[in-house]
Design a protein around this ligand. Structure first.
Ligand SMILES: Cc1cc2nc3c(=O)[nH]c(=O)nc-3n(C[C@H](O)[C@H](O)[C@H](O)COP(=O)(O)OP(=O)(O)OC[C@H]3O[C@@H](n4cnc5c(N)ncnc54)[C@H](O)[C@@H]3O)c2cc1C
Length: 385
């Protein structure tokens, strides 16, 4: 296993870092204020080939792997977590197709997703259930050559802007939980598929988060991904992969906050010296740097192991499942802690919108919640011990 960055990975890191500084950072405060999805950011990522980093070359991607994807998400999230989320969430929406799709489905769907020409979203959560998958109620009923979908999904990232939704729906309500559901591809514009309420959020405010409503929505049976009854297996493996993207987003937020707070602490003076020279602040920055580096090592190691795994429906080794959960949980907790400390380092200015660290603190919170809360991550870790 190798997770020292290769020359290609360093080049990607430099490229995305420059892009983030020059093109993403300048509008980040405004995008947060307006809480409006920004297609210019999507175009920027498209132009730079960042949507297809972890897609196989066969389907138009660059096949650079999970570590490269994590590096790109990290660099973007250092300056704007909602921008980093664009590519992490796109990967999440596409993974069920990569893992469970037939050759025909992959050839039909993946090329326009690899370029980002089409965006994808992943729809699992419902108003009455998030963590507890057994309570999910969205239904898919077979009717000749079609399935008819009925139900609601909520909090769906990119749900209002994506052309392709990968949707989890129960196909056999009497069946056992792990075998009673499937993942379907639903295309934007399908009659009976509506985008509902748009959420007003604490953080990642320019990210699109919406409710999706399915009312007698008829989709072709060929949009079923994988074997009938394989939905649970598909989403669990999807999340094992995609949580590394959330971890990278969290790591980026933390690293961005440390960078800003350190520069500030070198400039700001109190009691005759830069505040970094006061041990109370220097130690804070030291602890922030230490936790970030530890989180990064865990994440990069996990990515290096994951990118060796086949993207199919075979089972993952429990150690890998544990590493993915640990990465997501540790990076999320570190991001929340580091950003809170960064606000403290800036004193009153930390609390003011003109300075980025309060936004970073608000953005960090979601990384402890989505794609499995950090309580659920601890359950997963404990279960594999
Ligand atoms: C901005 C945003 C974007 C999102 N994007 C998506 C998306 O793109 N697609 C999607 O499908 N979902 C998405 N979600 C949903 C998100 O994944 C869920 O909110 C999350 O998984 C938690 O589910 P819940 O909100 O139903 O909380 P609940 O499951 O009701 O949990 C409530 C609390 O109880 C705790 N809890 C629950 N069960 C246990 C247990 N067994 N042990 C200990 N504690 C427990 C939880 O950790 C949490 O603290 C998004 C959410 C937000 C806010």
């Amino acid at each position: 296993m190798q997770y020292d960055l290769t020359e290609e990975q360093r080049m990607l890191q430099d490229m995305v870092r420059r892009l983030a500084k020059e093109k993403v950072e300048p509008g980040a405060i405004q995008r947060d204020k307006e809480a409006k999805f920004d297609w210019e950011m999507v175009d920027l990522l498209r132009e730079n080939g960042l949507f297809g980093i972890d897609f196989p070359e066969l389907y138009g991607g660059t096949d650079a792997g999970m570590l490269a994807l994590a590096i790109a998400v990290e660099e973007l999230s250092k300056v704007d977590a909602a921008c980093g989320l664009l590519i992490a969430d796109h990967e999440l929406g596409c993974l069920p197709i990569m893992l469970g799709g037939t050759e025909e489905q992959k050839q039909r769907l993946l090329p326009t997703l690899a370029t980002g020409e089409q965006l994808a979203a992943f729809a699992l959560t419902e108003p009455d259930a998030g963590s507890d998958v057994a309570r999910l109620r969205c239904r898919a009923v077979k009717d000749g050559d079609s399935y008819i979908l009925n139900g609601k999904k909520n909090f769906i990232t990119n749900g209002g802007v994506a052309e392709i939704i990968t949707l989890y729906a129960v196909t056999d309500p009497e069946g056992p939980v792990r075998k009673n559901a499937d993942v379907f591809v639903v295309e934007k514009g399908t009659p009976g598929f509506h985008v509902g309420k748009e959420e007003d959020k604490l953080g990642i405010r320019s990210s699109d988060t919406v409710e999706l409503i399915f009312e007698d929505c008829r989709i072709p049976a060929e949009n079923l991904l994988g074997q009938n009854g394989s939905g649970f297996q598909n989403i669990m493996k999807t999340l094992d992969f995609s949580r590394l993207g959330v971890a990278a987003q969290a790591l980026g937020i933390a690293a961005g906050a440390l960078e800003y707070a350190t520069a500030y602490a070198k400039e700001r003076e109190a009691f005759g010296k830069p505040i970094i020279r006061h041990q109370g602040i220097g130690f804070k920055l030291a602890d922030m740097a230490m936790r970030i580096e530890a989180a990064r090592q865990l994440l990069y190691k996990s990515c290096a192991l994951f990118q060796e795994q086949p993207k199919d429906m075979s089972g993952l080794n429990p150690e890998l499942i544990r590493l993915s959960a640990m990465s997501k949980c540790l990076c999320g907790d570190v991001a929340m802690w580091v950003t809170t400390e960064a606000v403290q380092v800036l004193g009153g200015y930390g609390y003011i919108r003109e300075f980025p660290v309060e936004r970073m603190m608000r953005d960090a919170k979601i990384t402890q919640i989505y794609e499995g809360t950090n309580e659920i991550m601890r359950l997963v870790i404990a279960n594999t011990l």
